[in-house]
Design a protein around this ligand. Structure first.
Ligand SMILES: Cc1cc2nc3c(=O)[nH]c(=O)nc-3n(C[C@H](O)[C@H](O)[C@H](O)COP(=O)(O)O)c2cc1C
Length: 340
């Protein structure tokens, strides 16, 4: 029963989709970091649903920082962010039968938590919890920016369609009109990380980033650099040549995605993520009743995203920020980020 991740900086996520609050605790932050509440609001707004390509459950995300924060700065003690859930509609989940949504965590959660889980709206497994992750990322992102680190995440394709955002958005709209859902590919880039960060084996930068990314609901694939595509190349084509450019060691290509031997090489860290189609679709599906164990047909109600990909972008950026803060603090010490 573990909901905490990280070494020098640890994040704990708590809350359920239809509970009073969701939130995050960040433990291990340097003291004196400036917390920009408007920036937290800005990032939360990027995750918030908008229009027919998202769920109609729109939460205002009026967060509160209730510990580890004093006079606009971090204190160095655990920082707790609370975000109330106000746009709940739990009646969608109050039924005599409880039919598991295929592809969601309803069945696996009921096995692990013996039916005691708050299943409403996906409970602790809901994409809603990623709001807390985004708020936590927004606490550390300004500190990374001060160190020259820039994090971004772009949509590369939706349901196999590569093109302008309008073209990809049309694919989501078409799926939504059918009561169905689509997935896609995201590509993230972390620029400005110095060479020499990470560990050779179990705590390689790939391992830690992949661990973190697979924690994001609906992420079903992670690849670094050119990933699987690289398997078709010869070594001489794949290798990133090292050059000295005006006293800085760089590589001419970045097929390895900025990591060699688990350690950053100073080039941008690049990775792609497979985001699956949203499991809750309005198309009839076959499943089981979790109470009786009997086979049933499922017709989903409730409010759901026809695609997760556009909302997951900022979640990936926030998760990347938390990981990079942790890796840098592990490498250079907590005071690396200290501001007096
Ligand atoms: C931002 C975000 C929003 C999501 N919205 C929904 C949703 O509306 N309906 C749904 O069934 N799943 C949604 N999900 C995905 C589920 O939470 C996820 O598929 C489920 O917990 C099972 O985990 P897994 O897909 O990683 O195996 C969302 C995920 C994210 C990151």
């Amino acid at each position: 029963m573990k909901n905490t991740f990280g070494n020098s900086l640890q994040i704990t996520l708590f809350g359920e989709s239809h509970g009073p609050y969701i939130g995050a605790v960040l433990d291990g932050l340097a003291p004196g970091l400036t917390v920009d509440e408007n920036y937290i609001r800005e990032l939360l707004a990027r995750r918030r649903p908008a229009g027919v390509i998202s769920t109609s459950r729109v939460e205002p995300d009026e967060f509160q920082i209730v510990s580890g924060y004093f006079n606009g700065k971090t204190t160095g003690s655990p920082l707790t962010i609370l975000i109330p859930n106000v746009a709940k509609r739990s009646s969608d989940y109050e039924k005599a039968e409880r039919i598991a949504r295929p592809g969601h965590a309803d069945y696996t959660a009921s096995v692990k938590y013996h039916g005691f889980e708050d299943f409403r709206g996906g409970g602790h497994f809901s994409g809603r919890i990623t709001a807390a992750l985004v708020a936590a990322g927004a606490v550390v992102l300004p500190a990374l920016k001060k160190k020259g680190i820039e994090i971004s995440c772009e949509i590369k394709s939706v349901a196999g369609v590569k093109g302008s955002w309008e073209e990809m958005e049309d694919v989501i709209k078409a799926a939504a009109a059918e009561g169905n859902s689509v997935g896609g590919v995201l590509e993230a880039e972390i620029k400005g990380v110095p060479a020499g960060v990470g560990e050779p084996w179990f705590d390689s930068v790939e391992s830690i980033l992949a661990h973190a990314m697979y924690s994001i609901p609906a992420v079903k694939g992670v690849q670094f650099g050119i990933g699987f595509e690289g398997t078709t190349l010869k070594g001489s084509e794949y290798n990133d040549s090292l050059r000295n450019k005006d006293g800085k060691i760089v590589t001419t290509t970045n097929n390895n995605g900025g990591i060699n031997g688990g350690i950053t090489n100073g080039m941008p860290i690049v990775f792609s993520l497979a985001i699956k189609p949203t499991p809750s679709v309005y198309v009839k599906q076959e499943s089981i009743d979790l109470k009786s164990g009997e086979n049933r047909e499922l017709q989903i109600e409730g409010r759901h995203d026809p695609a997760i990909i556009h909302r997951a972008r900022v979640v990936v950026e926030a998760m990347s920020a938390i990981v990079m803060y942790d890796l840098l603090a592990s490498r250079f010490g907590t005071d690396y980020f200290y501001e007096d």
